[in-house]
Design a binder for this molecule. Structure first.
Ligand SMILES: N[C@@H](CCC(=O)N[C@@H](CS)C(=O)NCC(=O)O)C(=O)O
Length: 281
């Protein structure tokens, strides 16, 4: 078999597996891999995701990371809907990490009273998003998937690694993600003929408290890098515009609104806008 000799940078875990200590490895790469475009030699191998793909191919780690189709392109399967805010977190994160073109999306329609049977095989919760790796491993929920994508992309880009910053990022994410849960439940309840008034009142009360917290935090969030919590906050803003235009939140919370306007033209957000499609819930 023809082969090429390449020097690549490795993560410390991969370096350990390859028994090399300086974060570099000299590898003999089968030419076929290059020809099949599994490896794109015009790209910067040292810092992009490609060197990790290469290292993963060598160590066999790719089996848990990617799918390889007949053209040698690497994919992960994402059970997807254009209306799910949790799916959108994953898609925006993948875009920010440079992995968007590695997601193969599977349009899926779900509702609490209408589980999708194919999805249930992978995720017994029957929820979107679910990411399926080539060995059949299914990852859920959105936070776990984003953690995985971070790992694939080389780590600590969307979620800081230092303990204090990490806890703060995760805490603020929990607030925004919990709000998305509330908004989704609110929408489901408001579409019912017989609405539970006590539940709608609780949604109203909680949401006004949450909006106030987000308004107070918006300036500080704007000073941090665009990561997990800002992605989730931007999606709260856009989901509220999409499903709850009657709330008029932009007039009530001007700091948050202006933060969102400064973010909304990021390519990751523009390319993943919500829309009602055939799979919408
Ligand atoms: N905590 C989950 C929430 C996922 C979720 O609620 N997804 C909705 C779609 S927006 C869903 O699949 N609903 C169907 C169901 O719960 O049966 C996450 O962050 O991924």
């Amino acid at each position: 078999m023809r082969s090429e000799v390449w020097m690549i940078a490795t993560s410390s875990a991969t370096a350990a597996e390859l028994s090399c200590s300086h974060g570099f490895a000299i590898l003999s790469i089968p030419s076929q891999w290059v020809e099949n475009s599994v490896i794109d030699r015009t790209e910067n191998l040292r810092f992009g995701w490609r060197w990790r793909v290469l290292a993963a191919l060598v160590t066999g780690e790719h089996r848990s990371m990617f799918q390889i189709n007949s053209q040698g392109i690497l994919f992960m399967k994402l059970y997807w809907s254009s209306t799910s805010p949790f799916v959108r977190k994953v898609v925006v994160s993948a875009h920010e990490l440079g992995l968007a073109d590695r997601l193969e999306t599977i349009p899926t329609r779900v509702a609490p009273n209408k589980p999708d049977l194919a999805l249930l095989q992978y995720n017994p919760l029957g929820q979107l998003p679910t990411l399926v790796l080539d060995d059949g491993t299914a990852l859920y929920d959105s936070l776990v998937i984003i953690e995985h994508l971070e790992h694939v992309a080389g780590g600590a880009k969307l979620i800081p690694s230092s303990p204090e910053a990490r806890i703060e990022e995760l805490r603020f994410h929990a607030l925004c993600n919990g709000f998305l849960d509330l908004l989704v439940q609110w929408r489901i309840e408001s579409m019912k003929d017989a609405k539970q008034i006590a539940l709608i009142n609780a949604f109203n009360l909680k949401s006004s408290m949450i909006w106030a917290k987000l308004e107070a935090a918006a300036e500080q969030v704007g000073q941090r890098p665009f990561g997990l919590s800002s992605i989730t906050l931007a999606i709260v803003a856009e989901y509220a515009d999409f499903r709850f235009p009657r709330l008029g939140w932009r007039e009530k919370y001007p700091v948050l609104s202006s933060w969102h306007r400064s973010m909304q033209s990021r390519p990751s957000l523009v390319s993943s806008r919500f829309f009602d499609g055939s799979q919408s819930q």
